[in-house]
Design a protein around this ligand. Sequence first.
Ligand SMILES: [Zn+2]
Length: 487
Amino acid sequence: MPGTSPSDRVWLRDPLAVHLGAGVDPNRAARGIVIDRTTGTIVELVPAGGEPRSGGVPTSGGEPTSAGAVGALDAGGTLEIIDASEHVITPGLINTHHHFYQTLTRAWAPVADLPLFGWLQNLYPIWARLTPRALELATTVAMAELLESGCTTAADHHYLFPTGMDEAIDIQVDVVRKLGMRAMLTRGSMSLGEADGGLPPQQTVQKSDVILADSRRLVETYHQRGPGVQIQIGFAPCSPFSVTTELMRDSAALAADLDVRLHTHLAETIDEEDFCRETFGLRTVDYLESVGWLGERTWLAHGVHFDDSEIGRLGAAGVSVAHCPTSNMRLASGIARAVELEDAGVNVGLGVDGSASNDASNLIREVRQALYIQRLRYGAEAVTCDRVLDWATKGSAAALGRDDIGTIEVGKQADLAMFRLDGLAFSGSHDPIPALVLCGAEKADRVMVGGQWRVVDGHAIGADGHALDKESLIAAHQEEARRLVAG
Ligand SMILES: [Zn+2]
């Protein structure tokens, strides 16, 4: 996603700390990171005591400031210097599971204290009233919130297509382009209504042939392939209790045919496990295998209730899991066996999940939640700050099938998050990486996607270069949220 810029290259100089990845020596980038804006990639890590090879010291431009100073490169281009001495730099965080539309039903009292099935049955009729305008606003709010928390790539699972919402994913594509983030938009689906033994009300389900035709259309229209792409499409039947077995099977076949990824909720709650046993006579992973989903193309939301042999099978098959700690705590679903899944070969990524079960779209906050919930299961030594940061970056990238993002390395996309450790919350802290996670960072100061600044001074900047008008956005979104619940 290269764009035009007054400077060819940017040097993020002398960062306070850098997370290159668990076990990778941060001194390799002690003096910073050089980005080529024309290609949108990282071109150099500057080691301790070094200077950028690709341009040398700028010959003019004065002292660098937080806004950057521009100097001449030896090679003839220009180099902008950003003083990063007060920033912790991480790879751009990657969110692997969300339902953007749910920002319209955050903290709704009737479901505030219910577990998954009761929560869903109360919310389905509300969600069935979704409109194109409400979805556009909800998507903008969720993505901007993610972006300002340090997220550069976001996956969404949209499975609601009531009457008038045929172009739901097209609407989301427009928002992604306006914000200049990367996205994995999944064409979700529900085809098993109450009348046929499923959980969702009949007006929220679609016929299989309609779902599959639209899935194909979306891939042919929007799906990009190769390094640095902005938009990808995946297929995401909602869950075992809301789609037919045939649709699960047909979605897997179409995904293989078109070479795109597959996503669904699995093993989130004991209620779901009971449903699978009673309806299919199978445990969740057996069901997954029976419909042709046990493979590298698949990433699962939650994956809380797996036994030892299932963890081994998922790892051997190369399946990925989106761990959603806050949602699992909010709905009291359980504690995912994330460390054992990763040790077995599963790619573990992080997801904030939909805003009706989190209720925030804040990914750096989710890193902290993952650290703490997983320490309850595995102890403090096995669940380090570095390991959990890897889940939110490298693990999440792998879960989305991408190897061009998720780490800070030469040749990778310049997707970066920069956090300031200022304010009362960080006062008295000693080591920057643990401080980022343990003291509870909330917002990134700067975020770069493909070499372009998308957050500056903590505020989202659209792809058109203008600051997002958050005041108007919130007012309009709040109005739609009220209207939806009022009916
Ligand atoms: Zn979900």
